[in-house]
Design a protein around this ligand. Structure first.
Ligand SMILES: Nc1ncnc2c1ncn2[C@@H]1O[C@H](COP(=O)(O)OP(=O)(O)O)[C@@H](O)[C@H]1O
Ligand SMILES: [Mg+2]
Length: 493
């Protein structure tokens, strides 16, 4: 057994074919054809029992006793190597082709950012009335008078944030030109780290006017005083926008709004106007009457768009977003019709158009067609459902997961009873170490899941045994496995 390691490394580098037919008998050994030399390097692979015989010629000797076996191994190995080669080559050229194809095609976009939600468009169709009203309510700021507090409400995607930002940025520009002291503070209460608690909101407000305060640790009163002091440092009009303020109140109560609407009493130099924006139209009704009356000095409603209005909005945006001829008005109309199905939501329409365009581009199509809209709608709807589920509180997720598990074992499909759900739920609580809520609370959570459109429930009478609720799953059938996996990950990891 000579130079074994040399051979091993050498042969491993040079995996080529051995012609097994050319192997010759020689006593107890079989010798591979002498042509196989180091120079030619046209040999390949070897297993044990191979000897290095000659300096000039590399000769492979196989032990004759297991020659048959070696032959099969060799043949198999050869096949495997060939297959790998094929795969490698195939994949590589396919990928090359894909990229060069991609590069040779023109993008359908002129400026994709125009379709992003945060993009501020130059033209804002169908919001003239609201923009004018906003302007007239805020205009006193230019005379350094405090504008009235304003409460704006309307469903999502009706242009509230856009119009407020549009008018305020104009106002800011003019005030800069005229050297007025106008400060605008905008915070979106949807953001978790910003508006989970009263403390966080005030800390964020302080930060917005350049006062660093720690995220936690100080008493809320103290942070509030820091904020007040900084705010009152100069004579100025401050417009404070609390966007999606309904979220804040749901999380932290309306105490903070009360405090903020009373803020002017504590300031000597500055004057603060508050603009509250809410997506929840019924939100005001539940507010403390004092907050309601001071925040709602002025009110502005943003009605949902109709399909035609959305089409106009899409048309304007697509002029800058796409190259010529990429999108037709009939495609935009379809997009608008989809987005107006529940309520006229411009955000939904823009998302739909952007995703459709991305799908068209991914399919290598040069124009957006109606089929892309359908595909995009499906994709967005699925993501929406997943997002709703993934952002539910843990207890709701456990209830939903329990329902899915119970239904899984049912023959007659998606019907179950609340008692069974509760049993499964308790089991899950044990497994995940979560607190078990009362059956009454679980009932409430079931109602909430119903309102989210994830389940349907029906009350049925059981005669003298009282009543029970039947629960049906209304998540699309082919999404259920994905939901299960995701819930499992969320609950168990
Ligand atoms: N009239 C409009 N013209 C152009 N874009 C609009 C219009 N209304 C809404 N949008 C766009 O739709 C999206 C949602 O609007 P947004 O102002 O965020 O709605 P809201 O704050 O009411 O939920 C944004 O991208 C916005 O630019
Ligand atoms: Mg908004």
């Amino acid at each position: 057994m000579v130079k074994d390691s040399f051979l091993t490394s050498f042969l491993n580098e040079e995996r080529k074919k051995i012609d097994i037919e050319e192997i010759k008998d020689r006593e107890k050994y079989i010798q591979i054809n002498k042509e196989i030399t180091i120079e030619k390097k046209n040999f390949s692979y070897f297993y044990n029992n191979i000897c290095f015989v000659d300096d000039e010629e590399l000769v492979f000797l196989f032990n004759i006793d297991n020659f048959e076996k070696q032959k099969t191994i060799l043949a198999e190995e050869e096949k495997r190597v060939n297959e790998i080669d094929l795969e490698d080559n195939g994949a590589e050229s396919e990928l090359d082709e894909f990229f060069s194809d991609y590069l040779s095609k023109e993008s359908i976009f002129q400026n994709k950012d125009v379709l992003r939600i945060r993009y501020l468009p130059n033209t804002i169709p169908h919001r003239n009335t609201q923009i004018k009203q906003l302007a007239s309510i805020l205009a006193p700021a230019l005379r350094e008078e405090q504008p009235s507090n304003l409460f704006i409400y309307g469903k999502t995607g009706t242009g509230k944030t856009l119009c407020v930002q549009h008018v305020l940025s104009k106002l800011k520009k003019i005030s800069l030109k005229r050297n007025l002291s106008l400060k605008i503070i905008y915070i979106n209460c949807k953001l978790k780290k910003v508006a989970d608690t009263e403390y966080r909101v005030i800390a964020q407000l302080a930060r917005e006017i350049g006062e660093e305060v720690p995220m936690t640790g100080l008493p809320t009163d103290e942070v509030y005083n820091i904020f007040l002091k900084k705010l009152d440092i100069e004579n100025q009009i401050v417009i404070l926008v609390l966007d999606e303020v309904d979220r804040l109140v749901k999380k932290a109560g309306d105490e903070i709004l009360y405090t903020l609407t009373r803020i002017n009493a504590e300031l000597k130099n500055s004057q603060v106007s508050i603009i509250g924006i809410s997506n929840d139209v019924r939100f005001v009704e539940d507010l403390d009457p004092r907050v309601k009356s001071s925040l709602g000095e002025e009110e502005l409603v943003f009605p949902p768009y109709n399909a035609l209005e959305i089409k106009d909005i899409l048309l304007e945006r697509s002029k800058d977003a796409f190259k010529k001829g990429v999108v037709s008005t009939s495609v935009l109309a379809k997009c608008a019709a989809y987005a107006a199905r529940e309520h006229g939501d411009a955000r939904r329409a823009l998302d739909l158009l952007r995703v459709s365009a991305e799908l068209a581009e991914r399919h290598g199509d040069a124009v957006i067609e109606e089929k892309h809209i359908d595909l995009a709608e499906e994709k967005i709807e699925r993501n929406r459902i997943m997002e709703i589920i993934e952002t539910q509180p843990k207890q709701s997720q456990m209830v939903l997961y329990s329902i899915l598990l119970v239904i899984e074992n049912k023959k007659e499909g998606s019907i179950t009873e609340t008692g069974e759900i509760f049993d499964k739920y308790k089991e899950l609580c044990d497994q995940t170490g979560n607190r078990i809520l009362t059956q009454r609370r679980i009932s409430d959570l079931l109602s909430e899941l119903g309102m989210l459109g994830l389940i349907n429930t029906k009350l049925i009478s059981k005669g003298r045994y009282g009543r029970t609720r039947e629960v049906y799953i209304s998540i699309p059938f082919d999404l259920i496995d994905r939901v299960k996996t995701s819930l499992y990950d969320l609950l168990f990891n």
